[in-house]
Design a protein around this ligand. Structure first.
Ligand code: GLC
Ligand code: CA
Length: 538
C-alpha cells in the first residue's frame, strides 16, 4: 500500500458541546475550540475530527441535523467556523467534519415537506410504509413511527426524531452530493462518515427473522456500488481523506469498504473489540485476539485505533484503573493506542485521564440512547434504582462531561452552569494540574505523539504479538526492515515479569519511553500498569 498523510496522523476528536464554552451559556462552542488550538498543536495533534456542529434540535447530540449547511447557533456562526478552519491550517493541522447522511432530523425542511402529504414531491426522500415491519430501533423500541398527518409510518433506526433518508431516490443522492461538494469547496480536509454502512436498506423491507440482529440492516447489497458512486461523483475530486464509522462487520466484510483499489473509503472505524468488552467484560487475551484478527484480516487495508469516543465510557474506567493507578493506567492506554497498528484517535479528555461519572438520578442524564433504554425497561417493570446503576457504566454521557481545564469554577469549562454536570473529580483531574507536572498524563501524551511521529515502525511496521495467552501482559513488536520497536504493557494492578522469547529477549534494548521510571538495571519486571517502549538493536 502506498503511504499517505492520514496514516501518519494523530487525530483528536472534539465533542464541541463539551470542549470549551467561550461565551458563558454553558455550551461549548467554536470560539472555545479556537482558544485551545495551541494546546492541541503542543499535544502533537495533526487532525481534528469535529462531532456535528450543524443546525440541530439536539435530540441526539447533533446527530439529528435540520440544516446541513448552517452552524448550530449554540456553537457560533459560519464566520467562527471559517476562523477555526483557518486557525487549524495556519498551524499545519487539518479538519475532518462529521457527515451524517443516513438520517436527518424530523425538523429538516425535507422531512417537513415529506410528511406534509403523501403526494408531496419530497415524500420519497424518506421511507414511508402503510404498515411497519418488525424492526427495532438501535436505541430502543420499534423502528417505525406513526405519523398522524398522513396515516403512514416512517422508518427511524435511531430516535423517532431521526427519520432515515431514502438513498434509493436519486434526488436524495444528488442533494447530499451537492452538500458534500459545498463543504469540500470550503476547504475541509475530510469526512468522518456516520454509520455509513447503513445507507442501503434491504429490498422490500422484509420482517427480520431476528429483529435484534443488526445484520438485518447493516451492509446490505448495493452499499458498495453506492459508495463507489459517491467516490466518483464527489470524493475523488478532492485531496481529502475519509473514515467510515462501520459497525457490525468482520474483517472480510469490512475490507471492501476500505481497499484502496475499490475507490470507496480510506479508513475503517469499527467496534468489535469494544462491543465484546461491553457484552462479556474486559479480558486481555480476547482483546489481543481481536487486534490480531483485524490486523491480519484487513490485509493492508487501513484501520483506526481508539480507546474511547463520544459513544461509550471513558477509556481509563472501561479498560484501565480509574482509582489508585489512574495516572499510570491512562498513560498505558495512550501507549497502546498510539503504538498498535492503524491511525490513532485521541478522544478529548483521555489525554488527562478523565473518568466515568455516576450522576445520582436519571434526570441528570442527557444521552438519548441511555434515557430511551431506561424508559423502555421501566415500562417493562424493571426496578429503577438497579436499572440506573446497570446503565451508568456504559452511558455515553460518561464521555460527554465537560472537559476539565482547571480546578476553577465549572472546571474552567464555562463561567455558567454547564449543559451536563461536570465530573466531580475535576479538582484533582484537570489540564492545568497536568501541565504543571512533568509526570502527568498529558505531558506523557506529548512525548508519545512525538515518538510516534519520529518512528516509522510504529506507523507502518508489521505487528507481531508475543505471549498471547498472558492475561496481564500485552507485549508486541512493530517492525520495518532496519527498525524494531518492542512495546511492553502490564494491564494489571500487580507486578509481572516479562519472559521474552528468543530473538527478542537476546537483543540489546534502548528505552524510548516509559510511563514510570524503570529500574536502572533494565530488569523486565513491570510494576502495576507500567508501559515501556524499547528500540531493539542488533
Ligand atoms: C453514530 C454516532 C452516534 C449517533 C448515531 C446516530 O453511531 O457516533 O453518536 O447516535 O450514529 O447518528
Ligand atoms: Ca457557548
Amino acid at each position: 500500500m502506498e503511504r499517505n498523510w492520514w496514516q501518519e496522523a494523530v487525530i483528536y476528536q472534539i465533542y464541541p458541546r463539551s470542549f470549551r464554552d467561550s461565551n458563558g451559556d454553558g455550551i461549548g462552542d467554536l470560539p472555545g475550540i479556537i482558544e485551545k488550538l495551541d494546546y492541541l498543536r503542543e499535544l502533537g495533534v495533526d487532525v481534528i475530527w469535529l462531532n456535528p456542529i450543524y443546525s440541530s434540535p439536539n435530540d441526539d447530540g447533533g446527530y439529528d441535523i435540520s440544516d446541513y449547511q448552517a452552524i448550530n447557533p449554540a456553537f457560533g456562526s459560519m464566520a467562527d467556523w471559517e476562523a477555526l478552519l483557518e486557525g487549524l491550517h495556519q498551524r499545519g493541522m487539518k479538519l475532518v467534519m462529521d457527515l451524517v447522511v443516513n438520517h436527518t432530523s424530523d425538523e429538516h425542511p425535507w422531512f417537513v415537506a415529506s410528511r406534509s402529504s403523501r403526494t408531496n414531491p419530497q415524500r420519497d426522500f424518506y421511507i414511508w410504509r402503510p404498515a411497519p415491519n418488525n424492526w427495532r430501533s438501535l436505541f430502543a423500541g420499534p423502528a417505525w413511527a406513526h405519523d398522524d398527518a398522513t396515516g403512514e409510518y416512517y422508518l427511524h433506526l435511531f430516535s423517532r426524531k431521526m427519520p432515515e433518508l431514502n438513498w434509493a431516490n436519486p434526488d436524495v443522492r444528488r442533494a447530499i452530493y451537492d452538500m458534500m461538494h459545498w463543504w469540500l469547496r470550503k476547504g475541509i480536509d475530510g469526512f468522518r462518515m456516520d454509520v455509513i454502512n447503513l445507507l442501503v436498506k434491504p429490498e422490500g423491507l422484509p420482517d427480520a427473522p431476528d429483529p435484534t440482529d443488526r445484520n438485518v440492516f447493516f451492509n446490505q447489497p448495493g452499499i458498495h456500488e453506492l459508495l463507489q458512486e459517491m467516490n466518483r461523483e464527489v470524493l475523488s475530486k478532492y485531496d481529502i481523506f475519509t473514515v467510515g464509522e462501520i459497525p457490525a462487520v468482520t474483517p472480510a466484510t469490512a475490507r471492501p469498504y476500505v481497499s484502496a483499489d475499490r475507490h470507496e473509503l480510506n479508513m475503517l472505524f469499527q467496534f468489535e473489540h469494544f462491543e465484546t468488552i461491553d457484552r462479556d467484560g474486559w479480558d486481555l487475551p480476547t482483546f489481543k485476539r481481536l487486534q490480531r484478527k483485524w490486523y491480519e484480516g484487513l490485509a493492508g487495508a487501513w484501520n483506526s485505533q481508539f480507546i474511547g469516543n463520544h459513544d461509550g465510557p471513558r477509556a481509563v474506567s472501561r479498560l484501565g484503573d480509574d482509582g489508585e493507578h489512574r495516572v499510570s493506567a491512562a498513560k498505558l492506554l495512550g501507549t497502546m493506542n498510539l503504538t498498535l497498528p492503524g491511525t490513532p484517535y485521541i478522544y478529548q479528555g483521555d489525554e488527562i485521564g478523565m473518568t466515568n461519572v455516576s450522576y445520582p438520578s436519571i434526570d441528570d442524564y442527557r444521552d438519548i440512547q441511555m434515557v430511551s433504554r431506561y424508559r423502555e425497561a421501566v415500562a417493562n417493570g424493571a426496578e429503577p434504582e438497579a436499572l440506573l446503576r446497570s446503565l451508568q457504566p456504559t452511558s455515553r454521557d460518561n464521555a460527554r462531561t465537560p472537559f476539565q481545564w482547571s480546578a476553577g469554577p465549572n472546571a474552567g469549562f464555562s463561567s455558567a452552569t454547564p449543559w451536563l454536570p461536570v465530573n466531580p473529580r475535576f479538582t484533582a483531574i484537570n489540564l492545568a494540574a497536568d501541565l504543571a507536572s512533568p509526570d502527568s498524563v498529558c505531558r506523557y501524551y506529548q512525548r508519545l505523539t512525538r515518538l510516534r511521529r519520529s518512528t516509522p515502525a510504529l506507523i507502518y511496521g508489521d505487528y507481531r504479538p508475543y505471549l498471547e495467552a498472558d492475561p496481564h501482559l500485552y507485549v508486541y513488536e512493530r517492525s520495518l526492515p532496519g527498525e524494531r520497536v518492542l512495546v511492553l504493557l502490564n494491564l494489571s494492578g500487580e507486578n509481572h515479569r516479562v519472559a521474552l522469547p528468543q530473538g527478542v529477549g537476546d537483543q540489546r534494548r534502548e528505552l524510548l519511553l516509559a510511563n514510570v521510571a524503570p529500574p536502572a538495571d533494565g530488569e523486565l519486571e513491570l510494576s502495576p500498569w507500567e508501559a515501556r517502549i524499547y528500540r531493539l538493536c542488533e
